[in-house]
Structures are given as C-alpha cells and as structure tokens.
Design a protein around this ligand. Structure first.
Ligand code: HEC
Length: 113
C-alpha cells in the first residue's frame, strides 16, 4: 500500500512539474519546425564551421542569445542571417525556452546517457 502510494505521488509530482514550468512544449520538434536545424544542424552541431555549436550549452545563455539576436541587440557580421528571418521574429518566449532546454540537455549532439 505504501509503495503504491509513493508511486502515485511520484507520478503526480512529475506531471505537476512538467506542466507548470512551461516546458511542456516540445523543444526538439520546435527546433525543426522553426528551421533552426537548417543552420544549426539537427542536434545543435552545425554543418558550417563558423556557426556556433548549440548542443550542450547553458540554457540561460542560449535563451538570452537567441532573444538578443532576434531583437537586434547582439550584432555581429553573421548574426544578420538569424536576425532577419521572419520565422524567428515570430518566436514566442515559451518556444525559445523549450528549444533552448532541449539544446542544453544534449552533449555533443547526443542526449545525456
Ligand atoms: C539562417 C541561419 C540560421 C537560422 C535559421 C538560425 N540561426 Fe541561430 N545563428 C546563426 C548564426 C550564423 C549564428 C552566429 C552569430 C554570431 O556569430 O554572432 C547563430 C547564433 C545562434 C545562437 C548563439 C550561440 C552562441 O554560442 O552564442 C543561438 C542561441 C542560436 N543561434 C539559436 C537559434 C535558434 C533557437 C534558431 C531557431 C529558432 C536559430 N538559431 C536559427 C544562424 C542561424
């Protein structure tokens, strides 16, 4: 009985924390849908050498950089590739959060074991 109760409790905690922190969006799917993959590679390892590796970077950092690039605050010769993209201009903060969470949980393009 005690065991059953703890299983129910653990599942409840998992459901609540999953739905309340805004990470219910599928970051991996969004990363594809918003075409980030075209430049940054399917798992955050870019095909073009001078594009940054997003796989495994700190989530807060990735999120701030994405927002700064889209808003034009971070400017650099090649940020224009990202900044002027209408699909990126329509990103919602929650979507950026979900995408960057997905990226931060990868290591060398692979999920942590
Ligand atoms: C058209 C190509 C292109 C697309 C599409 C694109 N990016 Fe980028 N992104 C770049 C380039 C180029 C840079 C490097 C800019 C620089 O060096 O300042 C960059 C930089 C970044 C950085 C900063 C990384 C760092 O280490 O500082 C983040 C985070 C990022 N992109 C996230 C995204 C996300 C999320 C999407 C999709 C919503 C996306 N990008 C779509 C080309 C692209």
């Amino acid at each position: 009985m005690r065991r059953k109760f703890s299983i129910v409790l653990i599942s409840l905690v998992a459901i609540i924390s999953f739905s309340s922190n805004g990470f219910a969006l599928d970051g991996k799917k969004l990363f594809k849908e918003k075409l980030c993959v075209n430049c940054h590679g399917e798992s955050g390892i870019p095909l073009v050498k001078n594009y940054p590796i997003l796989s495994g970077q700190n989530q807060k950092y990735l999120m701030n950089q994405t927002i700064d690039i889209i808003s034009g605050k971070r400017k650099h010769g090649i940020t224009v590739l990202m900044e002027k993209n209408p699909l990126l201009q329509s990103l919602e903060p929650k979507e950026v959060e979900a995408i960057t969470l997905y990226l931060s949980e990868l290591k060398n393009g692979l999920p942590f074991p």
